[in-house]
Structure formats: structure tokens, C-alpha cells
Design a protein around this ligand. Structure first.
Ligand SMILES: [Zn+2]
Ligand SMILES: [Zn+2]
Length: 406
């Protein structure tokens, strides 16, 4: 059956490209997705799936029940875009000023719809249920995964798989890693309150700009001197706003930043250290401060058994030489929430191809990927579904197929 499904996926590839390019031209920001979920729901409804919309907010869930009873596999794709101006020179460039699919979520969505189409055509032969989770707002904490789970999208689910197209890995590859894969991602803000005044009379002021500058430097040794060197951590101050006039001493300064960690103890340690350093730095200068730390997505932990399955299936789909164990990434991903509820794995599908201009990192204004990554993602999902629903018997037949082809 698998060969026939892979062939069918190749057949409908032009349709997936068309769907992806439409999403690419009309991207929608996190929590503001209106047309995108509608398009997805229409597509799934046409396939005869049982479709729920407005799940947890803007989410769409399609349920494909096979003719025979069995387990339930969930597959997830996200569909939100970013506030970035699309600077590519292609005919499917974003038509929405300042908004762009610069992370490949359009690819995820169209790819998963392809899987839904192909599997819905053989539902008579399916033993079990496949749940298609189309998630809104992955890019912006608190994200769409949590409210969708609270709204029941994982009810009855035995296992879940998700994939991210990855522009910095070449097209044709699949990357995996068990255990810690993506970091817990938090945000912080510190407002320093000084005492403004005339630029020529600093002795009568408390310069918030100078205090905040010292604070930025004082935060740097958290990673290099406080945290265990064998445990990863990032503290980045990404925004510094202070001062208006050239001859005015700033009254306030505002810092915004992000913290990335894997270990919960390190996460606590960094949160506390930033607070202590802010307090000490401001106290020394006689300034006041306000510190706010917001916890975002937790660490994405890939379940070992399901990840080993992904590795084996990937070897059949793209060949052993194109399957790679990947280092963990300090980026965050709210797929982490699903993996806290049910076993599963989140893997990466290479999408880089300099020949077609797909050579920029994610969130770059020139970002693009090789659209054929949709087919590889689709084949991986189809293999995972069949394998899981047939309790591994499918893996055996997959490797047979591989041997015959060789
Ligand atoms: Zn992104
Ligand atoms: Zn993304």
C-alpha cells in the first residue's frame, strides 16, 4: 500500500504547491488567522473528514476514521506567519505588506493536507484513526498548542508526530534527535527608573541610560560564570530603548530580552540571577527598576521510542545516507506541549537549495525553501501513520520495499 500512497502524493504535488503558494501570498499573523483556517477547513471537509473549527481559538482539527478499529495517530502542522516584509522576487511573494511566511508554516500546512487527501482515499483499509491538527499561532507565546489541547484536540490520541521544514539543511534530508530537541523559551523586560534632567548637569540626575547600559553588560556573565558549563543557556538582550534628545539625560530605560534553557533548574537559576543583578546594578546607582519574567514554551523533549521509529522510517523514505542526527536547537516550539501529554516525536525535513534561492535562514526577509520538502514530510507522516496503526508490521514491509528497489 505504501508505494501506491507515495505515488499518489507525487501525483497531487502540483495541487499542494498551489495551496502553499496561495497561503504564501496571503499570510496571516499569529492569533489573527481568519482566512487560513477557513481554507484548511474547506479542503478537509471536501475530503469527507469530520472537521472542527475554532479549536482553542483559530485551530482546525480534521478526523479521519478508518473502516476498522485501531489506535489513534495525530499529525500536526502550524499555519501562522511573521511580521516581516517579504523581499523575495518570486510570483508568489506575499501580497500583505509587512507580513510573511518566513518560517515555512505554509509548507507544513499544504504538506499535511496532502497527507489527509492521500489517506482519506484509502480509509476503507485504515485500521484506526488519524487526527490532523492544524495549529494557529506557533510563533507567538503563549501559542496555539496549549489552548488547542485544552479544547480536546488530543483526546483519545495515542501518539503524535510533527515536522518542521529546515532551510539550513539541504533538501532531501531528514534530521532527528531523541530527548531534548528545542529549548524552553522565556521573555523578560526590565524598566530602569532614573531621574532625568539637563544633559549639561549630570550631577543633578540619575542617568537611566547609563544604568541600563551597565545592566546589559552585567547580565553577560550569567551564562559564562553562573550556569554549569555543561548545561546550555542563552541570555539575549534584544531591545534597548532610552532617551530622546541629544542634550537630555534619560529618565527611563527599557530592556527586553529572551532566555533559552533546557534544564528546569537552570531556567529558575537564570530567572533569579537576572533579578538579583538588576537589583544590585540599580541600587548602586540609586535608580529604581521593575522586572518582569514571562515563561514561554517548555523544552521540547522527543520520546526515544517514537524518535527511533522516525529514524528507521526516514531511512526508507530518503535513504540512510540522508538521515542525520541533529544537535538540539536553542529555538523554542510549542509542539513541546503535545509531547508533554502523549508520546511522539518532532523531526526536521531539509528544505535548503541554493539553486532556487532557498539559502536564507528562517525569519529572514528572503526566506524560502524547496517545496518538494512537502512530499518528503508527507511520506514521513504516511509511513509513521501506517507503521503505528499496524503495530510496526508496516516497517517490515517498508524495508522489504527498500531492498527490492536496491
Ligand atoms: Zn519561526
Ligand atoms: Zn516555525
Amino acid at each position: 500500500m505504501i508505494d501506491q500512497l507515495f505515488e499518489r502524493l507525487e501525483d497531487i504535488y502540483p495541487e499542494l504547491v498551489q495551496f502553499r503558494r496561495d497561503l504564501h501570498m496571503y499570510p496571516e499573523l499569529s492569533f489573527h488567522e481568519e482566512q487560513t483556517p477557513k481554507k484548511i477547513a474547506d479542503y478537509l471537509t471536501d475530503l469527507g473528514l469530520d472537521v472542527k473549527t475554532g479549536v482553542g481559538g483559530h485551530g482546525v482539527v480534521g478526523v479521519l476514521k478508518g473502516n476498522k478499529p485501531g489506535k489513534t495517530v495525530a499529525l500536526r502542522a502550524d499555519f501562522d506567519a511573521l511580521s516581516i516584509q517579504d523581499e523575495k522576487d518570486v510570483d508568489y511573494k506575499s501580497k500583505v505588506p509587512g507580513v510573511m511566511h518566513a518560517c515555512g508554516h505554509d509548507i507544513h500546512t499544504a504538506g499535511l493536507l496532502g497527507v489527509a487527501k492521500v489517506l482519506s482515499e484509502v480509509k476503507d483499509q485504515l485500521e484506526g484513526t488519524v487526527i490532523f491538527i492544524h495549529q494557529f499561532a506557533e510563533e507567538l507565546a503563549p501559542g496555539g498548542a496549549k489552548p488547542m489541547i485544552e479544547d480536546g484536540c488530543l483526546d483519545g490520541v495515542d501518539v503524535i508526530f510533527g515536522a518542521h521544514v529546515w532551510a539550513t539543511e539541504p533538501y532531501g534530508t531528514v534530521c532527528f534527535n531523541e530527548g531534548d530537541m528545542m529549548a524552553a523559551s522565556d521573555a523578560f523586560e526590565i524598566e530602569v527608573q532614573g531621574k532625568g534632567g539637563h544633559g549639561a548637569m549630570p550631577h543633578m540626575t540619575k542617568d537611566a541610560l547609563v544604568v541600563a547600559s551597565q545592566l546589559v553588560l552585567n547580565l553577560q556573565p550569567i551564562v559564562s560564570r553562573h550556569v554549569d558549563p555543561l548545561k546550555p543557556a542563552v541570555v539575549t538582550v534584544g531591545s534597548f530603548q532610552s532617551g530622546e534628545g541629544y542634550n537630555v539625560i534619560a529618565n527611563t530605560a527599557r530592556l527586553k530580552g529572551t532566555v533559552r534553557t533546557f534544564d528546569e533548574d537552570v531556567r529558575d537559576q537564570v530567572e533569579q540571577a537576572i533579578g538579583e543583578i538588576a537589583e544590585a546594578t540599580c541600587q548602586l546607582a540609586g535608580a529604581k527598576y521593575h522586572y518582569n519574567y514571562r515563561r514561554g514554551y517548555p523544552t521540547l523533549w522527543n520520546h526515544p521510542h517514537e524518535t527511533q521509529k522516525i529514524e528507521t522510517l526516514a531511512q526508507s523514505v530518503v535513504g540512510q545516507e540522508n538521515v542525520k542526527r541533529m544537535d538540539p536547537i536553542m529555538g523554542g516550539e510549542d509542539f513541546a506541549y503535545y509531547l508533554k501529554e502523549v508520546p511522539g516525536s518532532f523531526f526536521f525535513v531539509g528544505g535548503g537549495n541554493p539553486e532556487i534561492g532557498a539559502e536564507y535562514p528562517h525569519h529572514h526577509p528572503m526566506f524560502d525553501v524547496d517545496e518538494r520538502a512537502m512530499t518528503i514530510t508527507g511520506k514521513m507522516f504516511i509511513s509513521a501513520v501506517l507503521d503505528f496503526l499496524s503495530d510496526g508490521k508496516q516497517t517490515a514491509s517498508l524495508s522489504q520495499v527498500k531492498t527490492v528497489q536496491e
